[in-house]
Design a protein around this ligand. Sequence first.
Ligand code: HSE
Length: 308
Amino acid sequence: MKTEVTVFCPATVSNVGPGFDLLGFALENPGDEIVVRRNDIGELRLINESGIDLPMDPSKNIASISAVSLLEELNITDGFDLIFTKKIKPGSGIGSSAASCVAAVVGINEILGSPFSTPQLLPFAMEGEVFASGSYHADNIAPALLGGFTLIRGYDPLDIKHLPFPDDLYCAIIHPDLEFKTKEGRELLPKNIPLKTALIQAGNLAGLVAGLTTNDHALIGRSITDVFAEPIRSKKLPEFEKLKKLTLEEGALGTGISGSGPSLFSLCRSEDIATSVAELMKRHFADHNIKSEYYISTVSQAGCRITG
Ligand code: HSE
């Protein structure tokens, strides 16, 4: 029986324009690594080797909250060490909390001899996300766990569908040096949506799913529009509409806020286009005296995985 595993969990883009709380995809990079090790003290112990501040109290650490929910379901009182090497910055909008939660449950499940299938781990991983964001949503958790594009058709009961997607998609992610907290980003949103707005969003989500599954790049592009959250959240990003327009002129299929931000994503048809779009976005933020870093990644078919 294994006593230690290394787990890699990818960053993810959620919402993807019109799919608020319903759609997300996994990136090839960046990602987090967690070493999970059985210990003999009968407690969860957190060790941070990330160089990034993380809550070290297990009752406030989202990975340990997810781990405890899995262990309680199995009535297991064994102790585990969770050793974090995080590369995904908390508050960046590319699924940092989801990666921690998913990696913890995948690692513990592996050490326990896989009592749960991979999809069965989803509700446990979501427990930590609920603590982080104050709401039950899986649009980062599902692609982090399962890879690819995942659609959450419904939450009660959870009904998740893996979507096919074109194999030439590259994603440019820009992370401006700002921190948006998902909890706060959700509190800004209206509780009710006018019918006209709901119709626009539903049409775009249906269009995006249709475009992904039929390799219709133009349809993907014109469907990446969010009329729910982006108009509100983008107010904190300088000249957002202008930047979005420039990325489309540079060749991006579509650009939007990744999750609750501040990172932006652009889906593109080649690595070269994604790179020039990322450079353009970097210059834009530099013009506003905001430092930023970018990543270029394919959409990853693989989700969280054991690497050692
Ligand atoms: N769907 C979520 C939101 C993603 O937009 O608030 C962030 O976790």
